[in-house]
Design a protein around this ligand. Structure first.
Ligand SMILES: Cc1cc2nc3c(=O)[nH]c(=O)nc-3n(C[C@H](O)[C@H](O)[C@H](O)COP(=O)(O)OP(=O)(O)OC[C@H]3O[C@@H](n4cnc5c(N)ncnc54)[C@H](O)[C@@H]3O)c2cc1C
Length: 388
């Protein structure tokens, strides 16, 4: 194994996670409840503000440190999906927000007074074809008037702010296809009250794991023009920029999941006696775990490479995508090995395996599906014709 980077940070995160054992997560999972205490503990310890510059009350750490934090959370059996958006949406505000916006929002985000946990891109009709999204933001004096619908918007009920991607110029009226979309920072506290609560409706969307997903309906929601991030019409580029960070961070979570599954599988395979010997003595049990371990180590190299390139300002679209692809597949291989190793007990709630199994499956679909990553590699790395 490579020498561990950020070992102090990792040790501190591990220690915090010990306060939130499997029983804590099982109960939330049953109720589909938000892990408020866990998120508060991470916030109080400053981990969710790791990318906020020191001048605004954060610790100004690089992406690779954030990746180490998220990996440790998952490796400890906890679930960072409740709060990881604060890390991966941060770059949009940091890179493209004005000084006034940073001064207004960042200190409160760093202290935990404000939660930036919602990211509204996906829509029911456009899906992965982000440029076809329909939610519109029409300029009207000092406001944008937002109408449309988002789906799978995680954590919106537990967030104060949302990074929203909306169309400010109709698709037919833009010179280049990537133009005409803009990023707004929506103050959800204010939006919930507007027009007697009719301007924005958030409906919970129950999913196979506890992910606090929602559907959001906007009906003429007024968002102040001062909440526009960067330039009008350039939002797609800002979001794409942030997506590399998102893919690398999620990949690190997958590495953490894979390590949790491998550790759990190896321990169980060594303990469980059937036919008078440990099941782990059988190669049929050993090999899938060993293979998942090899996949995880390889994927981890790509995650580190992508994070390093990101931190040094290099273009890392291909590496970020490959990191997410390989890490999500390694996590899934480890999850498969783990549930199989546990036999029937793998399906019992109390082992946490089935919960983690459901949780880690998501990452082959979100934030970008495996097929779309393969298309990216085919087109942008191998020079093959665009397939869609
Ligand atoms: C639990 C959960 C939480 C989420 N949280 C958020 C969030 O907070 N914010 C947000 O904006 N989004 C969120 N998403 C949405 C997520 O990013 C999308 O589900 C994902 O990007 C896939 O988009 P889609 O669901 O629209 O699938 P579609 O675009 O409808 O695709 C369906 C399937 O077809 C395949 N496909 C489509 N086009 C092609 C093609 N050209 N070539 C080959 N295959 C293709 C895809 O790979 C996929 O497997 C979340 C999703 C889930 C399930």
């Amino acid at each position: 194994m490579l020498q561990e980077e950020y070992s102090d940070i990792r040790a501190a995160v591990r220690q915090l996670c010990q306060e939130f054992p499997g029983s804590y997560w099982r109960e939330l999972d049953r109720e589909r409840a938000y892990p408020t205490a866990f998120v508060k503990a991470l916030t109080d310890a400053g981990w969710l503000a790791c990318f906020v510059p020191e001048a605004y009350g954060g610790s100004g750490l690089p992406l690779s440190a954030g990746a180490a934090i998220l990996e440790e959370i998952q490796k400890s059996g906890c679930n960072a999906s409740a709060c990881h958006a604060q890390m991966y949406t941060m770059g949009t505000l940091l890179k493209h927000g004005s000084d006034a916006q940073k001064e207004k929002w960042l200190p409160d985000i760093a202290s935990g007074a404000l939660r930036l946990q919602a990211f509204g891109v996906t829509e029911p009709t456009s899906g992965t074809d982000t440029l076809s999204l329909r939610t519109s933001a029409r300029r009207d004096g000092d406001y944008y008037r937002v109408s449309g619908q988002k789906v799978c918007t995680s954590r919106a009920e537990h967030s104060d702010l949302m990074v929203l991607l909306a169309r400010t110029t109709p698709k037919e009226a833009v010179a280049r296809k990537g133009e005409g979309l803009s990023v707004l920072l929506v103050d959800l506290r204010e939006a919930r009250q507007q027009n007697g609560g009719k301007a924005m409706e958030i409906r919970p969307l129950r999913t196979m794991m506890n992910h606090s997903s929602t559907e959001i309906f906007f009906d003429d929601l007024k968002v102040p023009v001062e909440n526009l991030i960067g330039e009008e019409g350039k939002g797609f580029r800002y979001i794409l920029d942030g997506m590399n960070a998102e893919r690398i961070l999620i990949a690190a979570e997958c590495i953490g999941d894979a390590r949790w599954f491998i550790e759990k599988s190896s321990a169980y395979a060594g303990e469980r006696q059937v036919f008078g010997r440990p099941i782990g003595q059988n190669q049929g049990v050993q090999f899938p775990i060993a293979r998942a371990y090899a996949q995880t180590e390889a994927a981890n190299l790509m995650v580190r490479k992508a994070a390093g390139m990101f931190d040094s300002g290099q273009r890392c679209g291909a590496e970020a995508n490959m990191a997410k692809l390989l890490a999500s597949e390694a996590a899934w291989a480890a999850a498969e090995a783990c549930i199989q190793t546990h036999g029937g007990f793998g399906f019992a709630e109390e082992y946490d395996v089935e919960r983690k199994f459901r949780e880690t499956r998501l990452y082959q679909v979100a934030p970008i599906s495996t097929n779309l990553i393969l298309s990216y590699i085919a087109e942008h790395v191998l020079g093959l014709p665009r397939s869609y």
